[in-house]
Design a protein around this ligand. Structure first.
Ligand SMILES: O=C(O)c1ccc(O)c(O)c1
Ligand SMILES: [Mg+2]
Length: 629
């Protein structure tokens, strides 16, 4: 199945767009008329340029306000169409998208529109061109693919077909199964876009908030299942109008686009194997069992400071790597690696970012299969030479150039600690009562959030939690959790819009997106708090107003409230249970640790507390070179 993307979806000039689209592996493009006009090349040159990039122009679009006009506008519309046919022939494409009219003088009437399309089909046929009709969901008389299909059906011309755009159908809540009654050979082209479920004006929503399939909330999978059921096997094309994409790196968006299509068609195949027997199979999304380890890259005095903090958190050194300057720190089921190598990837990560999480390893059912899936999704593989006898842990590039590794219990990777490490002390260490990694918080610029959410949900059997806004004193930070059903893998993506927020400063201070915090779980937050106090773990101060408000909101038992206040522990509650949070002070470039206890089935991350936590962090932050106002 051929893949395509509309040139509007990508930023940059025309050449930037083509390069990015080519390198992401698309077969073709939808050329947006405006993008063509903005170039200084002739139509023939543009056509040649596209083909020089190994791409096909699959569609020219849009042709607006055509059907149902009274004379003399009608005659003019046909003359306009002939001009565009000339252009298409020079560009070298045979299909034009006509979107439903919004013309104030359009008359409506299905038969009138059908007659117009029949005539347009005749004219197109003379030149070997084809017409595709798309219902814009804000079209004046045609805003539903069912009406567009009826017009195409009555136009009854082999050169006139239907174009379906998932946004227009799903944005209007038209059941996708209505597509199944359309013959596949009358569907000329498929445009795909997702969007977040935010109630707003349809046109504004479409032009600013579309995103890649899987990045939003629309049932694009259901839409595509219905399309495939018709027998359609033409191109699938992304048509994404999105404000962030227009400002993002062309290559990033193009690669995400390809990834979203691979992921989408895999979902379609799984949901409806009978209708897509011809699609290639992909290894399934990985089931995450646990976070196997988190590796810090550090060096010099910074490494000593991190060791002090780990010690204060109750971790103890439990072994060393057989050949590298990597120490294993353990507590409960948590494995932290501290890498102080002077060469290689960890070193360059440290030099670039300061003390930073360079690697995260996730234990999955089948590591090689996970790697194969990630590769099919177009992620970048990561390899670094290993000494003989040491394990080559499958790895890809993740957030901010860090490394995401996959281990599994069924291969040699399950013996990682015995093979690659010399363990000083077997068995778990109780320490301060930290049991496991609850979640990892990765901070990035807001424009990258959709991309990383897609990355995680396409690789792992994981879902997105609703996005929450966190009001940092210096700007808004958006937070989106990606989590597996049992919570074995929980990642919170924090997107900073302003460089002055805690998150924004972290990005500039660390030169890019990275893990900003790690939350460890405990089964007894008060016992852990006492143990940490004994070890001198520096805790973030939370002001008294917070506890007064907490009392007002929840009417807590006075004894509990006093204990929370004394321990600087934050509290939240939802329908399922209770949540306790204790924050450490930031260190290094703004990294911090958090300790949490979940009681019952609390599902969140303490979002109501985040504004007060960020304010407290701002009060205690060291100067960062940012003007403190
Ligand atoms: O926003 C628009 O006008 C517009 C144009 C062409 C399309 O294919 C579309 O889906 C929307
Ligand atoms: Mg469209």
């Amino acid at each position: 199945m051929k893949t395509s993307i509309a040139t509007v979806s990508i930023s940059g000039d025309f050449r930037d767009k083509l390069k990015a689209i080519q390198s992401a592996g698309f077969d073709g493009i939808e050329i947006f008329e405006q993008d063509f006009i903005a170039t200084d090349a002739s139509p023939r040159e543009v056509g040649a340029m596209v083909r020089d990039h190994g791409l096909e122009i699959m569609l020219f679009q849009p042709f607006r306000d055509f059907e149902g006009l009274p004379e003399p506008l009608r005659t003019r519309a046909f003359a306009r169409a002939e001009r565009k046919f000339d252009l298409m022939q020079e560009l070298g494409t045979d299909l034009v998208l006509v979107c439903s009219s919004v013309h104030p003088e359009a008359l409506g009437g299905i038969d009138r529109a059908a007659a117009d399309f029949h005539e347009l089909g005749e004219r197109a046929a003379r030149r070997g061109l084809r017409i595709g009709f798309e219902a814009l969901c804000w079209g004046r008389y045609v805003d539903d693919h069912r009406d567009a299909w009826e017009i195409v059906r009555r136009a009854d011309h082999p050169n006139v077909g239907l174009i379906l755009d998932s946004f227009h159908s799903l944005g209007r809540k038209i059941p996708p199964d209505t597509i199944r009654r359309i013959p596949g050979d009358k569907i000329f082209f498929i445009q795909l876009a997702d969007a977040p479920a935010i109630p707003m004006d349809l046109l504004y929503w479409s032009r600013h908030f579309r995103n890649m399939p899987g990045e939003g909330d629309l049932d694009v999978t259901g839409f595509m299942r219905a399309v495939m059921a018709t027998g359609y096997r033409g191109p699938i094309s992304l048509e994404i109008f999105n404000d962030q994409y227009r400002a993002a790196l062309p290559r990033l968006i193009a690669a995400d686009g390809r990834r979203s299509l691979v992921h989408l068609m895999d979902r379609v195949r799984q949901a409806e194997p009978a209708v897509v027997a011809d699609l290639p199979a992909l290894p399934p999304r990985a089931h995450a069992q646990a976070i196997e380890f988190i590796e810090f890259a550090s060096g010099g005095e910074d490494a000593g400071r991190l060791e002090t903090i780990l010690t204060a958190l109750g971790f103890e050194p439990a072994g060393r790597h057989v050949s590298k300057a990597v120490t294993l720190w353990r507590q409960g089921a948590i494995n932290i690696l501290l890498n102080t190598e002077q060469t290689g990837f960890a070193r360059s990560a440290f030099v670039t970012h300061g003390t930073t999480v360079s690697d995260i390893a996730v234990r999955v059912d089948d590591a090689p299969a996970t790697l194969a899936r990630a590769r099919a999704l177009g992620t970048d593989l990561f390899e670094q030479a290993t000494a003989p006898g040491e394990l080559q842990i499958p790895a890809i590039r993740g957030v901010g150039g860090s490394v995401l590794r996959f281990v599994d219990p069924k291969s040699d990777l399950g013996r990682l600690w015995e093979v690659d490490f010399r363990l000083d002390r077997p068995g778990p260490l109780a320490g301060a009562g930290l049991t496991r990694v609850d979640h990892i918080g990765q901070t990035m610029i807001y424009a990258e959030m959709l991309s990383w959410a897609l990355f995680y949900t396409a690789i792992f059997e994981a879902a997105k939690a609703p996005m929450v806004d966190v009001a940092d004193p210096d700007g808004l930070v958006r937070s989106q959790a990606i989590e597996t059903a049992g919570g074995a893998l929980r990642v919170t993506l924090n997107g900073a819009e302003s460089s002055r927020t805690q998150a924004g400063r972290f990005i500039s201070d660390t030169f890019g997106s990275a893990v900003q915090h790690i939350a460890f779980a405990t089964d007894d937050i008060f016992a852990t708090a006492a143990a940490l106090a004994e070890r001198g773990f520096p805790v973030l101060d939370i002001g008294p107003n917070y506890y007064d408000d907490l009392d007002a909101r929840f009417g807590l038992d006075p004894d509990l409230l006093a204990r929370l206040k004394a321990g600087r522990i934050m509290y939240d509650r939802d329908r399922g249970g209770e949540f306790f949070q204790l924050y450490g002070r930031a260190f290094g470039e703004g990294l911090f640790f958090e300790i949490v206890e979940r009681r019952g089935d609390y599902t969140g991350y303490g979002a109501p507390n985040a504004p007060f936590r960020t304010a407290a962090q701002r009060r205690t932050a060291r100067p960062t070179g940012m003007p403190a106002r």
